[in-house]
Design a protein around this ligand. Structure first.
Ligand code: B12
Ligand code: SF4
Ligand code: SF4
Length: 290
């Protein structure tokens, strides 16, 4: 497609704004390419997904796992906020209170919407919620298409800058804008996959989906060997075993503090150029020793 100067400069402006509002990374992906993304395609073929508790949350009126795309949506602006191991509290659920990291992502979405509506009133903006069942999109697929990184053998988005330690969110726009990806980047090629070995639930121990059986080339954890059900079991245990702690910021009464498992994320050998920098290690050394 031939992009006009106006489209190119608007794309640049919006990505800059996302960063000004708090995103560490941001990119653009075409909705036409995202429709029927690998996750959307695989979902109806997923094993055991019908018993997944996410199925109870459907508000879109669509089948479980189907993405509700509005006809006007043309481009997705997807952004990432770094969630380093040194700031685990960004991810903690204290009782029912939204974790600080989630709040920041929601704020960035809201600020982008406000900015675009004020400056470009002819563009419609659709902030995407976290859950696909509530109108969200598959954020990792969008991030790969937008050039933020690649899907690693731990089934997470690995970014060149922060490794896997990022959280994602997106807004959709009614304007066609030039996509910013995908990216040539693959830290897993020469890696012994410590991420998989570290999983407390052996969620990467068997091939669940094959290319032959599904007809799809992009499978969970690349080779179809991430088993969602096992991972979800760990999440349930994390909820059940959440310790009661006093979090003075929220209440004087002790509340359950849920720390969901992040082992496959933290055990990734690729740490990212910026993550390294924050940890005060050498910037050029990006892989942890095995
Ligand atoms: C439901 C959900 C869960 C469920 C189910 C997970 C699953 N993968 O099915 C549970 C609760 C188990 C879970 C666990 C975790 N989750 Co979760 N989860 C989600 C959610 C809401 C939807 C994911 C989903 O249903 N995917 C559908 C299935 C079919 O896809 P999939 O398993 O990811 O496999 C697809 C991709 O790998 C893709 N793919 C593979 N190769 C390629 C190549 C290309 C080119 C492309 C385009 C795509 C692609 O195709 C596969 C399908 O064939 C997203 C947020 C969102 N709206 O996207 C967060 C999300 C994926 N989770 C996230 C995280 C961090 C976690 C956990 C670490 C837990 C935690 N502490 O937060 C674990 C990690 C598990 C893992 N290793 O994958 C982050 C990931 C950030 C990142 N760096 O990638 C997300 C994006 C949320 C966020 N806040 O940013 N999660
Ligand atoms: S530990 Fe290695 S194989 Fe696993 S995601 Fe990181 S770079 Fe890829
Ligand atoms: S989040 Fe924990 S249980 Fe789930 S795949 Fe990663 S390491 Fe395994």
């Amino acid at each position: 497609m031939n992009w006009s100067e106006e489209q190119k400069s608007l794309a640049e402006e919006l990505l800059e704004k996302a960063k000004e509002f708090g995103a560490d990374l941001a990119g653009l992906a075409s909705v036409a390419r995202l429709k029927n993304s690998p996750s959307e395609q695989l979902f109806p073929n997923m094993k055991d997904h019908a018993r997944d508790h996410f199925a109870e949350q459907i508000t879109t009126g669509l089948a479980h796992g189907a993405v509700k795309w509005e006809p006007e949506e043309k481009t997705v602006l997807v952004f990432a906020v770094s969630h380093p191991e040194e700031k685990p509290e960004l991810d903690w659920w204290c009782g029912e209170i939204n974790p600080p990291g989630n709040k920041l992502l929601a704020q960035i979405s809201a600020k982008l919407k406000q900015y675009i509506e004020e400056h470009y009133p002819d563009i419609r903006v659709y902030p995407k919620p976290y859950h696909v069942e509530k109108g969200g999109i598959y954020l990792k697929d969008a991030a790969v298409e937008a050039g933020l990184g690649c899907i690693g053998r731990n089934n997470l988005l690995i970014t060149p800058e922060y490794g896997a330690e990022v959280r994602l969110r997106a807004i959709a726009l009614s304007r066609e804008l030039p996509p910013s990806g995908p990216l040539e980047f693959d830290p897993c090629r020469e890696c012994g996959r410590p991420c998989a070995a570290a999983c407390p639930k052996d969620a990467f121990s068997q091939v669940i989906y094959t290319r032959e059986e599904t007809g799809f080339s992009c499978l969970p954890a690349r080779e179809g060997d991430y088993y969602r059900k096992r991972c979800a079991l760990e999440m349930e245990e994390n909820e059940k075993n959440a310790p009661m702690e006093q979090v003075l910021e929220y209440s004087k009464e002790p509340m359950p503090v849920i720390r969901y498992c992040r082992t496959c994320e933290f055990s990734c050998r690729y740490q990212g150029t910026r993550g390294q920098h924050t940890r005060g290690q050498q910037k050029e050394l990006q892989m942890k020793p095995e």
